[in-house]
Ligand binder design. Structure first.
Ligand code: ADP
Length: 402
């Protein structure tokens, strides 16, 4: 600034000698000023660049931290340089992995092999790998790319991990479900077809045989109807299409209605049905859906109960906000290893016996969905050979509350 000013004055004044003198007098100061000013400018520029770099780095960090995909950066020696939080969660990594060779940091041989091939081939490699890992198997889609510095020299490897575990599990469950449904539909259909063909081939001429065959056809047609009804119910419940109409409901009345409906079936096996639900207990529930829950549980209790057995429906308040209800039988019981699985679609302990009893294999799955849609839980206790008791909880109408 000072220099430009003196120079300007000199030129404007036209006095060359005066300017020359002034120049000599002030030269050192001007030069110092000039130097200081340039140094300041340089420092300012550096600070600005540094700040921009820091900002850029923190943006990149935030981006990596917020990614659902796991990110792993290896340095040019193949050692771990950076892992983002998603990758830490995926493999349960600790901070000690930094600086370690990949094979030591993550004990999955396919990964080290993939990183090596990426460097060798110098192109993007993608691969799906399955890591068995006992209780928590993983299915991962990994993209790996070699990193180059501005001189095109190898500077490391970047690996991005997409967790497909949930997706694969769902696809597997869907495939299994379709296979089960097809099988369940085909069995009664082929029986109906078989009996019809036998009737047409001549069995119809013997009235006794014809009646027996027609009864069997009728039974299997019913089974098909139940299966389709249950499938529709499951599909509606799972897709959240069923809206629970929660009303204060007296559980004893619901149980009484279901017992009434199933009395004839119980009589066939001389099973006694007892309603021990206290009359004063009221729950926030959808009456029709609760009827479906109790109907499935009591129906099972009769089916898998012993002849001349006893089925008891009971309930108690577990807490001022929760009612626990149960259906107990003194039948075959359920083996320990099957107790969790019986709530899965189509899981049966004894396939032959369950089909013989006309079950669809979907009843308990429907029960679980309905109870959960009420905010409750369902569980079973069983003494193999001596009986089972299915418990479920429901929100209680707290009569004392204002
Ligand atoms: P299903 O139509 O086969 O009865 P569910 O989903 O209702 O289907 O039940 C699944 C399986 O759980 C049954 O096949 C049976 O093996 C077992 N199960 C259910 N309830 C009882 C019970 N009260 N006693 C013994 N086993 C039972």
């Amino acid at each position: 600034m000072g220099v430009e000013l003196w120079w300007g004055l000199g030129v404007l004044g036209g006095g060359g000698s005066v300017v020359g003198l002034l120049w000599l007098l002030h030269r050192d100061r001007w030069q110092r000023d000039l130097l200081r000013e340039s140094a300041l400018r340089l420092a300012e520029l550096k600070t600005q660049r540094h700040l921009a770099l820091v900002e850029e780095q923190s943006k990149q960090q935030a981006l990596l931290d917020s990614m659902v995909e796991g990110v792993l950066v290896l340095d040019e020696q193949g050692r771990v340089e950076h892992v983002n939080p998603a990758l830490v969660r995926l493999f349960g990594l600790g901070p000690e992995v930094k600086g370690q060779p990949l094979a030591n940091a993550i004990a999955v041989p396919e990964l080290a092999d993939m990183a090596r091939r990426t460097v060798q081939q110098g192109r993007l490699i993608d691969q799906q790998i399955h890591i068995p890992g006992g209780d928590a198997p993983l299915t991962l889609q990994i993209n790996a790319v070699a990193l180059r510095d501005p001189d095109r020299l190898h500077a490391g490897t970047l690996l991005v991990f997409h967790d497909l575990t949930q997706h694969t599990r769902l696809a597997e469950q869907r495939r299994e479900f379709v296979a089960n449904v097809s099988h369940e539909l085909r069995t009664p259909l082929s029986l109906i077809k078989g009996y019809t063909e036998t009737l047409l081939a001549g069995a119809k001429d013997d009235p006794e045989t014809a009646t027996r065959f027609l009864q069997t056809i009728d039974k299997h047609a019913d089974r098909l109807t139940f299966l389709i009804e249950d499938l529709l119910t499951i599909s509606k419940l799972e897709s959240g299409q069923v809206i629970m109409n929660l009303q204060p409901t007296a559980l004893r009345d619901v149980a009484a209605q279901v017992i009434e409906d199933l009395r004839a079936k119980a009589d066939e096996k001389a099973t006694t049905l007892r309603n021990e639900v206290p009359g004063h207990l009221r729950v926030h529930g959808d009456g029709d859906r609760l009827q479906q829950v109790l109907s499935n549980l009591i129906d099972n209790a009769i089916k898998y109960g012993r002849p001349n057995g006893r089925v008891v429906v009971g309930a108690r308040s577990l807490h001022e906000d929760i009612v626990e209800a149960w259906v107990a039988d003194d039948g075959v019981g359920i083996p320990m290893e099957a107790r969790e699985r019986i709530f899965e679609r189509f899981y049966r302990v004894d396939k032959g016996r369950a089909r013989e009893q006309g079950g669809t294999g979907l009843g308990l799955s429907i029960v679980k969905h309905i109870v959960q849609a009420h905010g409750g839980e369902v569980r079973v206790e069983s003494d193999l050979g001596n009986g089972s008791c299915f418990y479920f909880t429901l929100p209680r109408v707290n009569e004392a509350a204002p």
